[in-house]
Design a protein around this ligand. Structure first.
Ligand code: GDG
Length: 750
């Protein structure tokens, strides 16, 4: 057994997976040649430690050993042809994915780094939309799939990482329908207005790609909400709590804030080599107060804003001259690209200008280096500085901020952190700033440098406690737990209605009113409306329910259709959106009393659209006229735009009779405004002192019904979309399950 990496007292998940397969763009290994031969050495990043701990949580083999973790990632061609047996060590097996150079360039430099990275960090003007890049992105994701196909066995857990592989979860799902797949997104997920900038087919494919997973994770709740909003807008899928419901399964979407190996950073503060470097730095800086920052060269990191803030501080507080030094380290990255070269030039010019303006023979206000630090140098600066100044203009999480806090075993030092980093939501005892507010940054620097030790201690203590709890092992364990919950708690009925309490209330009620829409509620939506019919099971449940409740089918359908569909069941029928009503055993009553002089002009307008869109049709009911376009032979978006146009024309048309124009599911319908599902539902509800009401519907016209119900009634919207209903059921088949459940809760009718 490996030593336990997991530092929290967490229960194990109780769900077992055979093997863990991690997929990320990069393999986290170095190939090392030694006398013993070639072997892989894993790097010491947080993800590697988290994954090792996760494998441990998953339990080992019968003989007490752990299954090796398989890691699939891109490798350059130097590894091509290497003996596969050398690509493993005691814990890991590496599976390199080789990608042709031109495909790799379009996939990685192009689509991933020149489009998704800037766009998702809210830099749309830097985004490059190139069709060839998207094709290469698709091809590269397929290369990863091919490697996985050689590997995946039943019972494996496949965990895919980050924005380079957004198509892969769905590709894996297609090849392995029963696989357990997770996905974690390491960068921000932006608001829909940004996602909307992607061409329609790209955004559809990318979102569908992610929905191949069982669990999709983001750093923060904001990103979760943005993702759900995009899925709703682009794919029009229902969301129940934080689950996206597909026809045959659902996807759990949750926030899992990534973290760091707290103990490792905390303990490193007192490691001998760290202490030596720290003391050497302090001597070199002549006991000046020290501000520190380290980031990769990237426009998202807000380095120029940070320098502006420091400059303003020096300008406004001359007392601090020659008492403070800003050590700013920029780690080389992508500096062959003009945009990055320009950023580097800008940073270096600004550093030069500030040093020129304020520096003296004995004092350099900024010590800038364009280099990477080794681990000890990094921790020596984390632990030797007085202020860590972290100012990204957008950052998924930002681990540097967490590492700084974890390193401060001495509970000293001040963190200044941008509100635009995911980490700001957790590290609330930092001095939170907006990097674009130069004055705020300058003030925070002064406040940080002058903060009394007790206050530093108090803030550090809280932040350290939080990180000790939410370390990287907690992160991976939470992810694993989410898998188990998803696997074991797949709800039978996808709804946010509290079903057990609802069934109890239903069972105990004395006067029950049940109002059900027909299409999309009691029967699935089908291409030919004449084919829509409830299942025999559902009809049996309705018959049973009708025995002890006032059951009303309230539909836009004609009288004849409803009578035929529900023949022999003693229920009340409401046809044509409330124009007609019929009690069991009685004749139809006409509730709509308007004349029909409005019909001719409306028919003429609709007929223009029927001619324009072959396959669409006009339906004339007794009190309504409708344009159906489900079967129309036209581009989906184009025809929706035309449906809006038609509705607008109809609303503007002169009419002696006040009309209601309803835009439903692939239908635009016109009827007298005097009656609606709402007016009839209200009339029925007012006739009897009901103590239980449920109304269910999927379409716009059902909203009238929901709005007329008292606020204690159970109103349920079927499917996606904005609604006035209190609850949602995801799919029509969930309505069937719910009604069966209600029927079973009743005492059998003799
Ligand atoms: C992505 C998201 C999210 C940096 N310089 C040196 C060095 N580092 C290490 C730090 C830290 C890591 O690199 C940087 O992590 P960040 O989180 O700041 O940023 P990204 O690499 O862009 O990561 C980000 C992260 O994914 C995790 O989900 O937080 O928002 O963009 O660990 O210590 N390490 C050493 N020398 C350096 O000079 N040794």
């Amino acid at each position: 057994m490996q030593p336990s990496l997991y530092t929290n007292d967490m229960t194990t998940t109780g769900h077992s997976f055979n093997r863990l397969i991690i997929v990320s763009y990069r393999l986290p290994f170095k190939i090392q040649q030694s006398d013993a031969g070639t072997e892989i050495v894993q790097n010491s990043g947080g993800l590697v430690s988290a994954v090792l701990s996760m494998a441990e949580q998953m339990g080992g083999n019968a003989d007490g050993t752990l299954s090796k973790i398989h890691w699939v990632g891109h490798a350059d061609s130097s590894l091509n042809g290497i003996d596969p047996s050398t690509l493993e060590n005691d814990s890991f097996v590496a599976h390199p994915v080789f990608i042709d150079n031109d495909v790799h360039a379009g996939f990685y430099e192009g689509f991933s780094n020149d489009l998704i990275w800037p766009l998702f960090h809210y830099f749309p003007t830097y985004a490059q939309f190139r069709e060839a890049d998207f094709q290469h992105y698709q091809q590269a994701n397929t290369r990863f799939l091919e490697e996985l196909n050689k590997l995946i066995q039943p019972g494996d857990l496949v965990w895919i990482h980050d924005f380079q592989l957004m198509l892969l979860p769905e590709q894996v799902r297609q090849s392995h329908p029963n696989a357990t797949i997770g996905y974690f997104f390491h960068i921000p997920f932006p608001t829909f207005e940004i996602v909307k900038l992607l061409p329609r087919t790209w955004r559809q494919l990318l979102l569908r790609g992610l929905l191949g997973a069982d669990v999709v994770g983001f750093h923060t709740l904001d990103y979760v909400q943005h993702f759900l909003q995009s899925v709703t807008e682009v794919l029009n899928l229902p969301v129940i709590d934080q689950r996206i419901v597909l026809p045959d399964r659902s996807v759990t979407v949750r926030d899992f804030p990534i973290s760091i190996d707290f103990t490792k950073f905390s303990n490193s503060a007192t490691a001998t080599d760290v202490v030596i470097i720290r003391e050497r730095n302090a001597d070199l800086l002549r006991k000046h107060k020290l501000i520190f920052s380290v980031d990769r060269l990237d426009y998202t990191k807000g380095i120029p804003y940070r320098l502006q803030g420091y400059e303003r501080f020096l300008e406004q507080y001359p007392d601090w001259h020659d008492k403070v030094t800003f050590v700013i380290t920029v780690v080389p990255s992508r500096d062959q690209i003009p945009q990055y070269q320009e950023l580097k030039r800008d940073i270096e010019e600004t550093v030069g200008r500030i040093n020129g303006l304020y520096g003296t023979i004995g004092w350099r206000p900024i010590i800038y280096s364009y280099t990477s630090l080794n681990f000890s140098e990094l921790v020596a600066l984390y632990t030797g500085c007085d202020v860590a100044l972290i100012t990204p203009v957008r950052d998924g999480m930002n681990l540097v901020a967490k590492e700084f806090v974890a390193s401060r075993q001495d509970e000293r030092g001040v963190l200044i952190l941008s509100e635009l980093a995911g980490a700001a939501l957790e590290l609330t005892d930092a001095l939170i700033i907006n990097p674009t507010d130069t004055q705020e940054v300058a003030n925070a620097i002064k406040k940080g440098l002058e903060m009394p030790p007790e206050q530093q201690e108090r803030r550090m203590k809280y932040m350290r406690q939080h990180l000790q709890n939410y370390n990287v092992f907690r992160w991976s364990n939470d992810f694993l737990t989410a898998f188990s919950e998803t696997m074991t708690n797949q709800p039978n009925i996808e709804t946010d209605l509290p079903v057990p309490a609802f069934i109890t209330a239903f069972g105990e009620a004395r006067h029950r009113l049940l109002l059900f829409d027909f299409d999309g509620t009691l029967a699935p939506i089908v291409n030919n409306p004449a084919d829509a019919k409830p299942t025999d099971d559902l009809l049996a449940a309705l018959r049973h329910l009708a025995g002890s409740s006032d059951l009303v089918i309230i539909s836009g359908r004609s009288r004849a259709f409803l009578e035929k569909t529900f023949a022999g069941i003693p229920i009340r029928l409401v046809a044509e959106h409330g124009a007609f009503m019929k009690d069991p055993g009685e004749d139809w009553e006409r509730l709509d009393l308007s004349g029909n002089e409005w019909v001719d002009p409306v028919r003429a307008i609709i007929n223009q659209f029927v001619e324009r869109f072959p396959g669409s049709a006009l339906e004339e009911k007794e009190t309504a006229v409708a344009w159906h376009y489900r079967m129309a032979d036209a581009n989906a978006d184009d025809i929706e735009t035309n449906a809006v146009d038609l509705a607008t024309q109809l609303r503007r048309a002169d009419s002696a009779v006040p009309l209601a124009v309803i835009q439903g599911n692939k239908v635009v319908e016109v009827k007298p405004a005097q009656h609606s599902k709402g007016t009839v539902a209200l009339r029925i509800y007012e006739q009897t002192p009901f103590d239980f009401i449920i109304s269910i519907g999927d379409d716009t016209t059902d909203e009238d019904m929901f709005r007329q119900m008292p606020n204690w009634a159970y109103t349920l919207k079927v499917g996606p979309g904005v609604t006035a209903a209190r609850y949602r059921v995801a799919r029509q088949k969930d309505v069937e399950r719910l009604l069966r459940c209600m029927s079973e809760a009743l005492v059998p009718v003799a």
